[in-house]
Design a protein around this ligand. Structure first.
Ligand SMILES: NC(=O)c1ccc[n+]([C@@H]2O[C@H](COP(=O)([O-])OP(=O)(O)OC[C@H]3O[C@@H](n4cnc5c(N)ncnc54)[C@H](OP(=O)(O)O)[C@@H]3O)[C@@H](O)[C@H]2O)c1
Length: 306
């Protein structure tokens, strides 16, 4: 367990520390001088139940933020048990422990709980209808967390990317090193969300929780960056930023979802309306374009190609 900066009442416990969001949360907590502990596998493993309770007993946290999840959308189609363990039964157990100990719990979910057929940004009250195994496992996790009785805040986010881990931005930049023409899906709408932007929003919520729990905090909130684009539009922004950093941009060709078959069906339009997050917590993430240049520069530096 990585240790900590200041010590108030017990740390904020961040799970999934090796992932994009876990990494960003630890960075942001460190920059803010917060007391935090971050855990990853094998120390914290949803598939090994004892590790969940052991991490809670060892850290005695004042807040748990669950950034651990099975996020391989296509692989989930043939690994439903693993997806269910990490996205449903594991979080249910973690939420149950938080409920028992009176620890507030922030859990992260996904836009993929929707089928993308609505045609306008989804509200938290909209009916969920996951199109694939990943989305179904995340929805089951939401329901279990809400049913646990914990002081639970569930944040649905989307299209997460960062300088760490696997994501669309890294895939695009790596592909552009191998070929100068790329085909990118242009008929799926959503909102790229930089993990550091989401991490800041989560820690802003955590700061409010320090002032006390309010009943209207409990429930589901949509938490993406502002605005919308397609994967094609996101790729254009990535390569515009990469060009500024000296990478020759590839030629992009807009294609349709059907031209790029994948095992999992993805929502065509998974834009999320984030006004409840703003009205409840006063938290609003920046426009999706804001963090693209910084993260692209970090990716180029980390991957050793400028
Ligand atoms: N990525 C996206 O585009 C996206 C979109 C919408 C919502 N979200 C949600 O946002 C949250 C953060 O996603 P992310 O992009 O940061 O994910 P990520 O980079 O894939 O990281 C997932 C983390 O969960 C851990 N993990 C996986 N299976 C586990 C298990 N059985 N037990 C314990 N830990 C396990 C991973 O550990 P290992 O390193 O050991 O595998 C890793 O630390 C998740 O709830 C995800 O569903 C993500």
């Amino acid at each position: 367990m990585r240790k900590l900066v200041s010590l108030l009442k017990g740390p904020i416990l961040i799970t999934g520390g090796s992932g994009q969001l876990g990494h960003a949360l630890a960075d942001a907590a460190q920059r803010r001088g917060l007391a935090y502990a971050v855990v990853s596998r094998p120390e914290f493993d949803f598939d090994v139940g004892e590790t969940i309770a052991a991490c809670i007993s060892a850290a005695k946290p004042r807040l748990v933020i669950n950034a651990a999840a099975y996020t391989a959308v296509d692989a989930a189609e043939s690994n439903a048990t693993a997806a269910d363990g990490a996205n449903h039964t594991g979080p249910a157990m973690l939420a149950g422990l938080c409920a028992g100990a009176g620890i507030p719990f922030i859990h992260v979910s996904t836009d993929y709980v929707f089928d993308g057929e609505k045609g306008s940004p989804y509200l938290e009250t909209d009916h969920t209808y996951p199109a694939g195994v990943y989305g179904a496992s995340k929805r089951a996790g939401e329901l279990a967390v809400l049913g646990s009785g914990a002081q639970a805040i569930i944040l649905r986010t989307a299209w997460v990317y960062s300088a760490h881990g696997k994501n669309f931005a890294r895939t695009m930049l790596n592909a552009a090193r191998k070929t100068n023409t790329l085909r990118v899906v242009a008929d799926q709408k959503g909102t790229p969300t930089a993990a550091p932007d989401l991490a800041c929003a989560i820690l802003d919520i955590a700061a409010l929780l320090e002032l006390g729990w309010k009943p209207n905090y409990r429930g589901v909130f949509h938490a993406t960056c502002a605005g919308e684009t397609s994967w094609y539009g996101f790729a254009e922004a990535i390569f515009a930023a990469a060009a500024e950093a000296g990478l020759a941009p590839p030629t992009l060709t807009a294609i349709r979802t059907g031209d790029w078959p994948t095992p999992a069906k993805r929502p065509a339009d998974s834009r999320l309306d984030c006004s409840k997050l703003a009205s409840t917590f006063g938290v609003k993430l920046p426009a999706w374009q804001v963090s693209v240049p910084l993260i692209v520069r970090q990716l180029l530096a980390l991957d050793g190609e400028r």
